[in-house]
Design a protein around this ligand. Structure first.
Ligand SMILES: NC(=O)c1ccc[n+]([C@@H]2O[C@H](COP(=O)([O-])OP(=O)(O)OC[C@H]3O[C@@H](n4cnc5c(N)ncnc54)[C@H](O)[C@@H]3O)[C@@H](O)[C@H]2O)c1
Length: 165
């Protein structure tokens, strides 16, 4: 099995390495060239216990590699930032999420699963993500399968700056 994780921060990197630890081949994608280079050299900048060791092992076993571009695979896990907007509702700014969707679209195939780990407001799946893939010709539930995960308990300390509503 091969997955892509999009966004290699506090959520995407540990998630990638846990999948790699369990035998999944993971392409970790980020827009930061520096981050991609550092991770491929085994350097971890986030402060999460154990992550550096998991990265070393995943690189040794060739289960994980960082890249600037997504590749075809079985599933895509999107974990890019969705910071609060400056409006009165502090609504989620989904511009990075939309960028990530645009980046994966050329390599998405029928049968794939797409999981949104980024924090999104209710109805974002129905109003934004589903129409995005339907416009590209996919039928949701037949060609593509969606999931959204919520696990606020693992949020890092500055959740104030990310969308938590
Ligand atoms: N699902 C959950 O249970 C859960 C829990 C906590 C946080 N979150 C959410 O996960 C998201 C990510 O949080 P984080 O703390 O990992 O963020 P982070 O800032 O630590 O990392 C995000 C990474 O995404 C990269 N990125 C930005 N735009 C990109 C793009 N278009 N393509 C590829 N990479 C891109 C950045 O360079 C960065 O490395 C946020 O929306 C956060 O609210 C979800």
């Amino acid at each position: 099995m091969k997955i892509n994780t999009i966004g290699l921060g506090y959520i995407g990197l540990p998630t990638s390495l846990m999948f790699a630890k369990h035998g999944v081949n993971v392409v970790g994608v980020d827009i930061s060239e520096t981050l991609v280079d550092e991770l491929n050299q085994g350097q971890v900048s986030i402060k999460e216990p154990g992550v550096a060791d998991y990265l070393t092992k995943a690189l040794e076993e060739k289960r994980f590699r960082a890249s600037l571009k997504p590749e075809s695979g079985d599933a895509f896990i999107i974990a890019v930032p969705t910071p609060n907007s400056a409006d009165q509702f502090e609504s989620c700014d989904i511009r990075y999420l939309v960028q990530a969707l645009q980046a994966v679209l050329p390599v998405v195939r029928a049968g794939n699963t797409i999981i949104i780990e980024s924090t999104i407001a209710p109805r974002t799946m129905e109003d934004v993500i589903q129409p995005f893939f339907e416009t590209a010709g996919f039928t949701i539930g037949r060609d593509l399968f969606f999931g959204a995960l919520s696990r606020k308990s693992i949020a890092r300390k500055n959740t104030r700056r990310t969308c938590s509503k």
